[in-house]
Ligand binder design. Structure first.
Ligand SMILES: [Zn+2]
Length: 120
């Protein structure tokens, strides 16, 4: 995943920002980094105001404590248990927005259609 990393302390800057949230250094560099983490919590959404989600409910999302210190909210792919290790990647949703997906460690690249077709 490409993310800004603090040049002074190495902390991942998420949400993306130009000043380090940990040490206030003002030099961050966008880098390709392998982002892994631990799934802290998860929930299945059974209702949505977004028409694109209605055919795919329940939709799983969760919070991940990543190796660089940040907590990221992510769409969940695959069978994941709270406390399990996950890999993270950027994924493009149908509206062209870049969002984050958490997936089992070692899982290949996931595309949006994989999320829509989970368990079907
Ligand atoms: Zn820093």
């Amino acid at each position: 995943m490409k993310l800004p990393i603090c040049n002074a302390c190495g902390e991942i800057q998420y949400p993306v920002r130009e000043i380090c949230g940990a040490c206030l250094a003002d030099e961050v560099t966008v880098q390709e980094v392998e982002v892994t983490g631990v799934l802290l919590s998860q929930v299945d959404l059974h209702h949505s105001m977004e028409p694109g989600f209605l055919a795919n409910l329940p939709w799983s999302i969760g919070n991940v404590q990543v190796n660089g210190g940040a907590v990221m909210t992510a769409h969940l792919y695959g069978q994941l248990a709270t406390g399990s290790a996950v890999d993270l990647q950027w994924i493009t949703d149908p509206k062209g927005r870049d969002v984050i997906v958490a997936k089992p460690v070692g899982e290949g690249t996931v595309v949006w259609e994989n999320l829509e077709n989970k368990g079907k």
